[in-house]
Structures are given as C-alpha cells and as structure tokens.
Design a protein around this ligand. Structure first.
Ligand SMILES: C[S@@+](CC[C@H](N)C(=O)[O-])C[C@H]1O[C@@H](n2cnc3c(N)ncnc32)[C@H](O)[C@@H]1O
Length: 218
C-alpha cells in the first residue's frame, strides 16, 4: 500500500520540488524543524538537502518502514507517534505539516477551511505542538486547492473528483488486475476564523497565508 502511495504522490499528485522550495524560503534561518505527518519522507529529504536539521513524526508503521528505506542520511530521526501523543525531548524553531491531519483547503469560492477529524483531538494536537516550540516558533500548514486530478502511470490510473466543498470521490484503477476502488471522502471543516480562534486559545498568533501555506507563531 505504501509503495502505491509513493508512486501516486511522486507521479504528479504533489510537486515536492516546488513545495520544498517554498517551505525553505519561509523557514529561512529557522534551521531546526519538526515535520508532522512526514509519511515516507518526500519533503523531509528535500529539506535536509537544503540544510535544515529535520525530525519526522508519523503514526503509521508502514510509512516509517518506507521512510527508513529511503533514509540514506541515516541520521534523520523518525518518531512513530500520533501528534496528540507526541512527547519529544527537544524543541524546534519551526513545525510544519503537509497534507496530514490538519490540511487547510481552498474551496472554489476562494474561502479557506481547516479539514480535521475530531475537535478534541485537534486541540490536544495543538497543545502538543505548542510544547515543542522554542520561543516565537513558526507553525506552517499547507493549503490544498480542491481541483480534479488525474494521474496515469504504466500500472494504474488515479482520478480524484471534487463533488462539492470538500467532498471528494477517489477512483483508483489497477491496470494489472483491472480492479477499480472507489472511495468517497467527506471531511469535517472549520472556517479559517474558527480555526484561528482555537489557535489563539492555545497561544498561537500572527496569522497569515500565501497561496501555498498558512502561518502563525507560537
Ligand atoms: C497524505 S500523507 C502525507 C505525507 C507527507 N506529509 C507528504 O506530504 O508526502 C498523510 C500522513 O499523515 C499521517 N497522519 C495522519 N494523521 C496523523 C496524526 N494524527 N498523527 C501522526 N500522523 C498522522 C499518516 O500516517 C500519513 O503518513
């Protein structure tokens, strides 16, 4: 499953070169960086190459295994943990998440919404994040634009259809077995103002965003 995941995201679902380039310009001289929901490390390794001292967190064992296969630097720590349980014995200049548990989505009317799963867990996760900052740390979340996507490789065809607001139908056709998997995803959303209120209560401030990232400080 993880190998298919990597094939999909590396074949055009995400443009990691430009995401890493953007991130690096925002992180600038905040060199000690925690990446939440790091997955198989596609951004982590790019950022190490750009001179950042990275630490990765993800709760998925299969992702960790694949991260380690790709970890040619050998010294990038990976902590297998849910964000809500995270307890690392160090603090960071910046913490970011790309397409993880708290992605911000830009709807077709241009408004920004936070996609989340559970409100209590969201607050707990923000508290954990807050505990891992050096003073005036930078927190970044990516902004995903909801568009229809099609990715075709030699062995599979993937399509994502945006139905309304954040509702999405994912279709995955395996050419080798001629099998189609359909997944309908319906998320919970908070408006960006509601999210900022929650962030403020947890000690975050100075909110801003570009096309690609939402920022604040803690
Ligand atoms: C779509 S992948 C993105 C991986 C990577 N950030 C990237 O951009 O390639 C989402 C990852 O978030 C992780 N994840 C989701 N919720 C999490 C949570 N609450 N705590 C830790 N990891 C989480 C999943 O295990 C998965 O590896």
């Amino acid at each position: 499953m993880v190998l298919i995941y990597d094939k999909l995201v590396l074949n055009g679902y995400f443009d990691y070169d430009s995401i890493a380039e953007n991130l690096a310009s925002f992180l600038h001289n905040r060199k000690k960086v925690l990446e939440l929901c790091a997955g198989t490390g596609n951004l982590t390794f790019h950022l190490v190459e750009k001179g950042f001292e990275m630490v990765a967190v993800d709760r998925d064992f299969e992702m960790k295994t694949q991260f380690e296969v790709k970890n040619e630097y050998k010294n990038i720590p990976f902590h297998l943990s849910d964000i809500a349980d995270m307890q690392l014995d160090t603090t960071f200049d910046a913490i970011f998440e790309h397409s993880g548990s708290m992605t911000i989505e830009r709807f077709s009317n241009n408004s920004l919404h936070l996609k989340y799963q559970d409100k209590e867990k969201l607050v707990l996760s923000l508290q954990r994040i807050q505990q891992h900052f050096k003073e005036k740390g930078l927190f970044l979340l990516n902004i995903e634009v909801l568009d229809n996507k099609k990715i075709e490789t030699a062995d599979f065809c993937y399509q994502r259809f945006v139905i309304e607001k954040g509702k999405r139908l994912h279709s995955f056709f395996d050419k080798q077995t001629s099998t189609t998997i359909l997944i309908l995803v319906e998320n919970s959303y908070l408006s960006i103002d509601e999210f900022q209120e929650i962030l403020e209560k947890q000690g975050f401030s100075n909110f801003s965003n570009t096309n690609m990232f939402f920022f604040c400080e803690c």
